[in-house]
Design a protein around this ligand. Sequence first.
Ligand code: F3S
Length: 64
Amino acid sequence: MRIIVHNTKCQGHARCSAQAPEIFKLDDEGYILPGDIEITAGEQLLALQGAQSCPERALEVDRT
Ligand code: F3S
């Protein structure tokens, strides 16, 4: 599983990081860092919760 980060949609709500700070890293201004995030099997639930918490839908779950 992978999270595709759509940086242009991020508005700095930081809800993703509040759910899973080890998975969703923010820059100094509170925006998600660019680059897709590879999710290990053990992180999947937290990653899903974090991705779904984003009100801007900036975090796309890729299950392929
Ligand atoms: Fe950005 Fe959404 Fe997280 S707006 S900081 S990706 S909750």
